[in-house]
Structures are given as C-alpha cells and as structure tokens.
Design a binder for this molecule. Structure first.
Ligand SMILES: NC(=O)c1ccc[n+]([C@@H]2O[C@H](COP(=O)([O-])OP(=O)(O)OC[C@H]3O[C@@H](n4cnc5c(N)ncnc54)[C@H](OP(=O)(O)O)[C@@H]3O)[C@@H](O)[C@H]2O)c1
Length: 284
C-alpha cells in the first residue's frame, strides 16, 4: 500500500483518542500545522481543552469529545461529532492506551480485562465503526492504531501490555488487506520508548511510584524519543500511507532478529529483567 503521490492534508479531518497528553497531543498539534482539523478525545477535560487551544493557535479547527474510550457510546459520539462539526472525517488515530508493570502471574483477571478493553477492544470498535461509515459513504480514509515495539517482543513485567499491542497489530494487518480495495488505508504505529506520562501512569498502576525519571531504566539513552518525533512520523504516513510507522530502524531490526531467534530474545530479556531488578530493589 506504499503510495508514491504525496497526499494534501489541508482541510482533512482527523479524530485522535488519547489526545490530552503525549503522542496523541503531539500528533494533534502536528496535524494542525499541516492544516488538518482535529477532533480530540480523552478523559481529562482541562488538558484536552488546552491541547485544543494549541491546535487553534496552529491555525486549525478543534472539537473536543470528553470521555472514556471504553464507554460503548463514545465511538459513535466521536464520529457523529466530526460529521456535525466538519461535515466528515478522513483519518482516525486510535491512540489512547496505557500499561503497567507486573509479573504475569500477579496480573488479576480484572486488570487484564481492563487493559484489553482500553488498548484493544475500544480501538477495534472505533476503527471498525469508522470503516463501516466510510464504506457506506463510499469515501476513502486512513485508519491508524498506536501499537508499540512491544507488540513484536515483550519485556519482563509487560506481558499484559504487550499482548494488547500485538493484538492491535494483527487486527490492523488484516483490516489493511480487507479494506485496500475500498481505498481505506490502515497503518500500525510502533513507537519505541517515548518520554510521555505513560511511565508515570504505569508506575502508579503498578503501585510502585519510585520517583525515578519518567522513562524506565531499561531504556538506554539514544533509545528514548520525544512524542513530537512520533507525531512527525505519523504525519509523514498520512501524506504517504504505509503499513507500519517505525521511528527506530535499530529497534525494528532487533525485533526482526529476535523473532527469528527466540533464545536470543530470551537472553536479551533476562538481561533487561536483571537491570530492572537492580533499579527497583523492592521487586521480588
Ligand atoms: N510512551 C511510550 O514509551 C510508548 C511506546 C510505545 C507505544 N506507546 C503507546 O502510545 C499511546 C499513547 O501513549 P503516550 O505514551 O502518549 O502516553 P500518555 O501521555 O500517558 O497518553 C495516553 C493518553 O491516553 C489517554 N487515555 C488513557 N486511558 C484512556 C481511556 N480509558 N479513555 C480515553 N483516553 C484514555 C490519556 O488521557 P486521559 O488520561 O486524559 O484519559 C492520554 O491522553 C498508547 O497507546 C501507548 O501504549 C507509548
């Protein structure tokens, strides 16, 4: 699906979930700079309005739909709001998500279900509904999910999170092939460690507020990126749609090698687990 013609994004409409901070907020602002109008969703109303204001300052129009992505009515509300305010939507970026750090055997059933509800089921529902509307209107579009490099290999303590991200990745691949004949592109975004609120949330949910820097110690310097960098890569993908958005060729290569050599993957992960234990002495 790699397209060679550069798409003009001016006046296109993008719906972004998880737009109150991090990658979602940065993508909203980066899209606004291209002339796209933006519908933003998240739960924290004040933060969402602050990002909407930055979108307007960049010269674009913004609409806000506050709410939890697991609310069953929210996908329809977002799509309806985009139609009402802008007359259409062209792009949907299912980005809302979170993680926590916990050994797999300690993850409670409700924790596992909740993380799948937010990261996978809500994203799947939004993209499915968006695709249905585009198909019924006979319009092209672009649907994206924010997966993670951890969809391709997991870190110790991130089993639940990785599972949700791998599930996203597979769904996007199937949808991409199915929707291609209808001129609807589907892309997965694979950020590596990104300096956002993600790790503060993860620490809080893991009951381990260590007060350490907002990115984990297993993340080596040089492998920590800004949300703006991810946002710029997303915008490049909107201009020239492609199946996968990666912001680190090194991590992409490592992921491929680790898939081919699972014992090598385990070796690397054992080392990561040791580093993590040293930096978090409270862990078992
Ligand atoms: N940071 C990384 O290293 C990294 C790496 C790979 C992939 N990712 C992925 O990137 C995406 C964005 O994360 P981020 O790094 O930008 O972290 P972030 O700054 O914590 O942003 C997460 C966003 O999701 C929203 N959100 C969380 N739960 C929600 C819910 N139930 N309903 C609606 N919105 C919800 C949050 O807003 P509210 O709290 O206001 O609702 C926030 O806007 C996530 O899918 C994450 O898995 C992150």
């Amino acid at each position: 699906m790699v397209r060679f013609m550069r798409r003009v994004l001016t006046d296109q409409v993008i719906i972004i979930t998880g737009a109150s901070s991090g990658i979602g907020a940065a993508t909203a602002i980066e899209c606004a700079k291209t002339g796209m109008n933006v519908l933003l969703n998240a739960r924290r109303e004040e933060k969402l309005h602050a990002v909407a204001e930055q979108v307007r300052q960049a010269g674009a129009q913004a609409e806000v739909v506050v709410g939890d992505v697991t609310d069953q009515r929210i996908s329809a509300r977002m799509l309806d709001a985009a139609q009402q305010r802008f007359g259409r939507f062209d792009v949907v970026f299912a980005n809302a998500g979170y993680g926590f750090e916990k050994p797999a055997v300690e993850v409670a059933d409700e924790e596992l279900r909740r993380i799948f509800d937010v990261n996978f089921f809500a994203a799947a529902e939004l993209l499915t509904r968006a695709a249905q509307r585009l198909l019924s209107q006979g319009r092209p579009g672009h649907l994206l999910m924010c997966s993670s490099c951890l969809a391709k290999f997991t870190l110790p303590l991130y089993s639940a999170y990785s599972a949700t991200k791998a599930a996203q990745s597979h769904l996007c691949r199937a949808m991409r092939i199915e929707l291609e004949p209808h001129a609807i592109d589907v892309s997965s975004v694979y950020p590596i460690t990104t300096a956002t609120e993600f790790f503060e949330v993860a620490q809080r949910l893991s009951g381990r507020e260590t007060g350490r820097a907002s990115v984990p110690d297993h993340a080596r310097r040089g492998f920590v990126q800004s949300p703006q960098r991810v946002a710029r890569a997303v915008v490049r993908c909107l201009r020239r749609p492609k199946p996968e958005v990666w912001t680190s060729h090194t991590v992409r290569t490592v992921a491929a090698v680790m898939t081919m050599f699972p014992s090598f993957m385990d070796l690397i992960m054992r080392r990561a687990a040791r580093t993590h234990r040293r930096s978090s002495p409270a862990d078992p």
